[in-house]
Design a protein around this ligand. Structure first.
Ligand SMILES: [Zn+2]
Length: 457
């Protein structure tokens, strides 16, 4: 009895000290948000525009115009941010592809630009902030004119300033590299500028395959593509809202990132609404996050809700059509989410591998408890961080898109909810550290029953 009282006291003390921090603003994250500079973003956009085109097949040699000049400038900028930022080219020689629909009519050198900020505690865990720095001009002869339809592959040297698509994303990634490289995080942050997005997600597909072959632990990808325009082609304006696209199902790792960006975004950038869209991308379209999803990495896309299709992939995607203020706010949302996650503990595990009938199976750590009518949640967290404060449990109705209830339970590894039916709710658990940084939510995801072949005679 005495021992139980002591345990309860310790648990409640833990709850008190940590819950004072939970959901509070971490001053270091708030600093990062406040250091994002609209002036710096403006300067980056104008510089990117000055290269004329950043088409994958444009000049690699010209010192002022084309993708080669652009990548050297981006590389040098990243190098100058901090000696702790490890900047490199992720280079491929891409063979020409003559199959129908291909946008690679000739052999081409492709360079992704990668800047790694190594983590100090959980360095193997990676958080990517990405965009694509290539551009394209795909406008052609108007319908009804001689020469229509235009050829699918056009002269790579015509103007393609690509300020919104995707100079806006590049400016966001470069600005966060500048600001965040002044800090030390627990996890590794990787700033990635892909090439060849406009030619079929070529750079991101190669990058994702390499990351998979190296068994990299990519915890989250925040891909920023078209975060520049705040006036759509229809005249609709929207500069306080950003869409975050995530692939199905409802509790996919990508969707948990989308919920996380919404949660952290509203805490640190209250001027913005983060609006998750439960789709992999805009209707019928895709982006570099899709290439990462295909290799099994959790990745979301941030994008403006108001695109201007008249300027997209044309010579008029210029500085006038973009909003540095809007880009700065989306950059702040990225920075808050990435910084919180990079300082947060590892995500707890809600399942474990066990032996059943001589086979290894994945066993979910959610049961009905001894009574058979309660919800008993357990979770594992091997090698917890020294600054771990405890865990928060999350619940929502099975029909609800976002977590509805949160219960901070302190430094325990299981929790019983009496008389709560596990049929009625989706549950999750997240780890919280002493500064209030929270991990991604690990949902308790139902595992489908294995199918058994049935023989008839
Ligand atoms: Zn794009």
């Amino acid at each position: 009895m005495k021992r139980l009282a002591a345990v309860l006291l310790a648990a409640s003390l833990g709850t008190l000290t940590a819950s004072a921090q939970y959901k509070a603003v971490n001053p270091k994250v708030a600093n990062i948000v406040s250091q994002v500079s609209q002036e710096q973003i403006t300067a980056t956009l104008k510089k990117l525009e000055s290269f004329g085109t950043r088409n994958l097949r444009s000049s690699q040699e010209d010192p002022n115009r084309g993708i080669g000049a652009a990548r050297k400038w981006i590389y040098d900028q990243l190098r100058s941010d901090s000696p702790r930022l490890e900047v490199s080219y992720d280079h491929y020689r891409v063979k020409k592809d003559t199959s129908p629909g291909s946008r690679i009519p000739q052999d081409v050198d492709l360079y992704n630009i990668v800047a790694v900020l190594p983590g100090a505690l959980n360095a193997q865990q990676r958080i990517l902030i990405s965009a694509h720095y290539d551009s394209v001009n795909r406008t052609g002869t108007p319908r009804g004119q001689p020469g229509y339809p235009p050829p699918p592959v056009r002269d790579p040297n015509i103007d393609a300033p690509g300020v919104t698509d995707d100079g806006s994303g590049v400016a966001c990634v470069m600005e966060l590299a500048r600001v965040m490289s002044q800090y030390e995080f627990e996890k590794t942050i990787v700033f990635v500028l892909f090439a060849g997005e406009e030619d079929g997600l070529v750079g991101s597909t190669l990058y994702a395959a390499k990351a998979k072959s190296l068994d990299q632990k990519i915890e989250a990808v925040l891909n920023n593509d078209i975060i520049g325009s705040d006036v759509g082609g229809s005249g609709r304006t929207e500069n306080r809202k950003v869409n975050v696209f995530s692939v199905d199902p409802m509790d996919s790792p990508s969707r948990e990132i989308a919920r996380y960006v919404k949660e952290i975004g509203r805490r640190y950038v209250p001027s913005m609404v983060v609006d998750p869209v439960f789709r992999p991308d805009r209707f019928g379209r895709d982006g570099d996050q899709s290439a990462l999803n295909r290799e099994g990495f959790p990745a979301v896309r941030l994008s403006t809700p108001v695109e201007n299709f008249a300027n997209q992939h044309s010579a008029t995607d210029n500085f006038e059509g973009t909003s540095p203020g809007f880009i700065a706010r989306v950059t702040q949302v990225n920075g808050a989410a990435a910084a919180t996650l990079a300082w947060a503990p590892k995500t707890p595990e809600t399942s474990q591998t066990i032996e059943r009938d001589g086979r290894k199976v994945n066993s979910i750590l959610l049961t009905r408890g001894k009574s058979a009518y309660d919800a008993l949640l357990k979770w594992n967290n091997p090698n917890p961080e020294p600054d771990l404060a405890g865990y928060v449990l999350l619940m929502r109705k099975t029909t609800a898109p976002f977590w509805e209830r949160e219960i901070y339970v302190g430094g325990v590894n299981e929790y019983l909810m009496p008389d709560v039916s596990i049929d009625d709710y989706v549950f999750g658990v997240a780890a919280i550290d002493k500064d209030g940084n929270e991990s991604l939510v690990a949902p308790y995801v139902q595992v489908p029953h294995p199918t058994r072949p049935i023989s008839t005679y």
